[in-house]
Write a protein that binds this ligand. Structure first.
Ligand code: PMM
Length: 281
């Protein structure tokens, strides 16, 4: 049974095998290039490699299960053979999840939290795999059409608690679960900032390790004026440090080396802080 406590490190590296991801679309479409990129991220200290074959960019066209499987399985298989770093598959589909787990993935990262294809939950439970439950308002095609909340922090927390309960109800072990507020998934700049500002409350509430994915996202472009997503790694870095400081167990990033260095320096600062003596960094 997969247990997040056994994972060393706090940086999940993004390995997109998509022609249209907002952040690195098309760069690693060939399985060999994607796998080589994943190995590079592993060498930089990634704790998990997250392989995705369907873009979740706002307005992105859906991909069918056969095509998504064709994209991700060779990359998962190659990475599983060549690295001990656990592999997650970024999918909402039971069929794709099952094929990726069979090919050597250990975790399913589901941006729909089991709502788009509820059979994902039993696939994960049967495999004893890890499962990431993420909040998204609606679905990728429409999620950025005027997203609206009464209290975004409370509502995202409610959603995560409900979906974590559904996952446990389907037989997924509590130790295998991770929750993610879904930065940028049906959220304005202010919603994203509120979720990050109140991250400590969310962490305390969900009672499972929390993953945060801010890497290269549009709200960082809005804050800095940097339109090119691939040029947003500097803007990503403070959100990495902020998230880890406020209790995130893991951050999901494209630039693994930078995030690992930041986490290492953060640990040294925590260790040097008088009040932190004896605390586990
Ligand atoms: N963001 C993207 C895709 N998958 N999964 C999780 N758990 N959390 C996220 O924030 C997240 C995700 C956005 O797309 P990208 O792969 O191009 O960064």
């Amino acid at each position: 049974m997969f247990d997040w406590k056994q994972v060393r490190g706090r940086v999940m590296g993004v390995v997109n095998v998509t022609p249209d991801s907002f952040s690195d679309g098309g760069r690693y479409l060939e399985p060999e290039a994607a796998a080589a990129h994943g190995l590079e991220l592993a060498a930089q200290g990634a704790a998990v490699l997250d392989v995705g074959g369907e873009s979740t960019r706002p307005g992105a066209a859906p991909v069918d299960a056969a095509e998504e499987t064709r994209r991700v399985v060779p990359v998962v298989r190659e990475l599983a053979e060549r690295t001990a770093v656990p592999i997650s598959v970024d999918t909402t589909k039971a069929e794709v999840a099952a094929a990726a787990l069979e090919a050597g993935a250990a975790i399913v990262n589901d941006v729909s939290a089991g709502r788009l294809d509820p059979a994902v939950l039993s696939v994960v439970a049967d495999a004893g795999a890890g499962y990431v439950v993420m909040h998204m308002l609606g679905e990728p095609r429409t999620m950025q059409d005027d997203p609206c909340y009464g209290d975004v922090v409370r509502e995202v927390g409610d959603f995560l608690c409900t979906r974590l309960a559904a996952a446990r109800g389907a037989g997924i072990a509590p130790e295998s679960l991770m929750a993610d507020p879904g930065i940028g998934f049906g959220k304005t700049v202010d919603h994203n900032l509120a979720l990050l500002a109140h991250l400590g409350e969310l962490v305390a509430r969900v009672r499972v390790p929390v993953l945060v994915g801010t890497s290269r996202k549009r709200f960082l472009g809005a804050l800095t004026g940097v339109d090119d997503a691939t040029a947003r790694d500097d803007a990503t870095l403070p959100t990495v440090v902020w998230s880890l400081e406020r209790g995130a167990a893991m951050v999901r990033v494209h630039d693994v080396g930078r995030a690992v260095h930041a986490a290492t320096v953060l640990d040294a600062l925590r260790a040097a802080e008088p009040r932190a003596v004896g605390a586990v960094a």
